[in-house]
Design a protein around this ligand. Structure first.
Ligand code: FES
Length: 170
């Protein structure tokens, strides 16, 4: 993740179009199939846009998939894995759903907030880390409490592990 506030470019790159086309082959050649491709398309674009989805980039996805822009905005704002505001270079999602909560995720969140000097939903002043509000189960309950940092899962969190993981993020 590059963590830049500005997108590389507003439209889709050739590479992005090719990646979206590859996803489209997995779905029916129909409007429904194109709607199914919105999630992977947004993942591709977000990955290349500093970890978030500028409006112009979502519009480019909508145009490419021949969908109403509002359809794409709905998906982007519904799922916690997408961000429509600038984020830090790293996104830290500490799961606070039921299994993680029962195993101390609230204490882990409080520890991370204190360590970073920010609250959930905020970004450190140096642009290094965004502490995301994560209410969905991240599907690794066996390792609760757990967190997702960018695209890597960390399980059985303790304050010591939080120190080690966060200190290693550039
Ligand atoms: S509740 Fe946290 S991973 Fe499922």
């Amino acid at each position: 993740m590059s963590g830049t506030a500005e997108p590389i470019e507003a439209g889709l790159t050739e590479q992005e179009r090719a990646e979206i086309d590859a996803w489209l082959t997995r779905f029916p050649d129909s409007p429904e199939g194109k709607r199914s491709a919105v999630i992977p398309a947004l993942h591709i674009v977000q990955h290349n846009s500093g970890g978030w989805l500028p409006r112009a980039r979502m519009d480019a996805v909508a145009e490419y998939l021949e969908l109403a822009p509002t359809r794409v905005y709905e998906v982007a704002t519904f799922y916690g894995m997408f961000d429509v505001e600038p984020v830090g270079r790293h996104k830290v999602n500490i799961c606070t759903n039921i299994s993680c909560m029962l195993r101390g995720s609230n204490e882990i969140v409080a520890y991370a907030e204190k360590k970073l000097g920010i609250r959930l939903g905020e970004t450190t002043s140096d642009g290094r880390i965004t502490l995301k509000r994560e209410e969905e189960c991240l599907a690794a309950c066996a390792g609760a409490p757990m967190m997702l940092v960018d695209e890597v899962y960390y399980t059985e969190l303790t304050p010591e592990k939080i120190d080690q993981i966060l200190d290693e993020l550039e």
